[in-house]
Write a protein of this length. Structure first.
Length: 242
């Protein structure tokens, strides 16, 4: 009995040590996870500048998220986020489903690069959907549940290659999502990414369509004005010859 008690005590101590090590390295583990899993889902470069999470409360910040563009696009990035506030349920880190109580993404900069063959955001979305619908290994077996996610203060930079390289910008409407991956199994990281990115891309596409329509209208008006001026000039020449 004494030997069993000693063994049990040793196991308990080891578990505590492992738990402490995990908590002390929580920031590094999250950063590595984002930079490892992210590229496998988006098929682009994904970087995270830093993570500052409390191992006691589970609250903290993620800084400097960078999502690059797929091959063939010229703008420097697709998504850049200066700061994200998160609240983790720490007890869930021991389970197969990680529960995130709240995420607030502040002032993201989204770049929409439109070409004759499509946009960079559509290409990334296609990549995410391909991973979501396959058995591709993303490097993690854990699922995720996000109870509340807010995107606020965002900006969209538009670059229309097919319209002479014309650039514009517009505010991104605030986005509020709830209950991502609420079933027993939760959502895979790819599934959660698809839902969040899908909401962003949907808003961006609507604004892009309006801008393209306005640009087309301006161009049409300019052509009509030029034609009118040519007609007037032609009439003037005819009067001179008369």
């Amino acid at each position: 009995m004494k030997k069993l008690a000693i063994v049990g005590a040793i196991v308990a101590v080891l578990l505590v040590v492992v738990g402490v090590v995990v908590f002390l390295n929580l920031d590094r583990l999250v950063k590595r996870g984002v930079e490892t899993v992210g590229p496998k889902i988006t098929k682009t470069e994904v970087r995270l500048e830093g993570v500052n999470l409390s191992p006691f409360s589970g609250s903290g910040k993620l800084k400097g998220l960078f999502v690059g563009n797929p091959q063939g696009f010229k703008t420097p990035s697709a998504i850049e986020v200066g700061s994200m506030e998160v609240q983790l349920n720490l007890s869930s880190l021991k389970s197969d489903k990680i529960v995130v109580e709240r995420v607030v993404i502040q002032q993201p900069v989204i770049t929409f690069e439109g070409t004759l063959s499509g946009s960079n955001l559509k290409r990334i979305m296609d990549n995410v959907e391909a991973v979501t619908g396959s058995n591709e290994d993303t490097g993690t077996s854990k699922t995720i549940q996000i109870k509340e996610l807010t995107i606020t203060g965002g900006k969209i930079n538009f670059s229309f290659t097919g319209l002479g390289g014309r650039t514009m910008n517009a505010p991104l409407p605030d986005i509020h999502l709830t209950n991502i991956g609420t079933d027993d199994k939760g959502a895979t990281v790819a599934q959660a990414t698809k839902q969040v990115l899908g909401a962003v891309v949907s808003n961006v596409d609507k604004i892009a369509a309006k801008l393209i329509q306005e640009v087309g209208k301006v161009a049409k008006d300019a052509v009509n004005t030029a034609v009118d001026q040519v007609d007037k000039a032609a009439q003037g020449v005819k009067k001179l010859f008369k």
